[in-house]
Design a protein around this ligand. Structure first.
Ligand code: GRF
Length: 233
């Protein structure tokens, strides 16, 4: 008698999409991205993680997922342009479909942004265009807003300014501190960023003439919502 085989027929996707991730520190967004790629079996290959900081904890995160990583320290370069040129060449060698900044704490030169125009994204811990730059949680508390959150956007030479792809909103409570606010935002970053990345790499969202367009079709299974709300709202 023939044995009944019980297995899942693999879904046929096209070639794996190639993702490069740039980090500087803790790497919790990196971990969320790698975790979701694995959990959702998205056909995304994180071909390289690059840190500008040798001590970045995110390097150990990459290694724990078996993802190749390297450090490119600005200390060995005379100026920003020289560093950015080598960084761009290093990334281009991996032929990425998308480059995601995940806590990469450096301003990128216009030339760098131009090389990766349309395939360079960032996550910023505020509801842009509010609270650009550093200390966005302190800025939010100081301003007295009732809602805060995070934004995934295309990177352009102007800091935290590029076209917005996705956002997640959280409530601000009267007893919030910078730390409690940061924690609640981070929880949403970890939800938002992997979905936004998969949304782009699946072909669902494309950048056209400075705006993200929903093509309505995707090479991967699943839905990729752009707008998220904290469960307490
Ligand atoms: C995150 O809050 C991200 O929004 C900001 O830098 C932080 C990076 O955290 N750009 P991690 O390294 O991903 O834990």
């Amino acid at each position: 008698m023939r044995e009944t085989l019980n297995y899942r027929v693999p879904v046929e996707y096209g070639p794996m999409k190639r993702l490069v991730i740039l980090i500087s520190g803790r790497g919790s967004n990196l971990e969320a991205i790698l975790g979701q790629i694995r959990a959702q079996a998205w056909p995304i290959d994180v071909v390289q993680v690059i840190s500008n900081q040798p001590q970045a904890q995110g390097l150990a995160v990459a290694q724990s997922y078996g993802v190749a990583c390297q450090v490119l320290s600005p200390k060995s370069f005379p100026d920003r342009d020289a560093y950015d040129q080598t960084l761009a060449q290093t990334i281009q060698a991996f032929q990425p479909d998308l480059v995601a900044l995940a806590g990469f704490m450096r301003i990128l030169s216009p030339a760098f942004c131009q090389v990766f125009a349309g395939r360079l994204i960032n996550i910023h811990p505020s509801l842009l265009p509010a609270f650009k730059g550093l200390e966005s949680h302190a800025q939010a508390l100081e301003s007295g807003v009732g809602f805060h959150g995070c934004t995934v956007h295309a990177v352009t030479p102007e800091l935290d300014h590029g076209p917005i792809l996705a956002q997640a909103v959280i409530p601000v409570f009267s007893n919030d501190t910078v730390d409690t606010l940061a924690q609640r935002v981070l929880e949403m970053e970890h939800q938002l960023y992997p979905i936004a990345i998969a949304g782009i790499l699946s072909g669902r969202y494309v950048l056209e003439q400075g705006r993200w367009v929903d093509t309505g079709s995707s090479e991967f299974g699943g839905d990729f919502p752009r707008w998220h709300v904290h469960p307490s709202l």
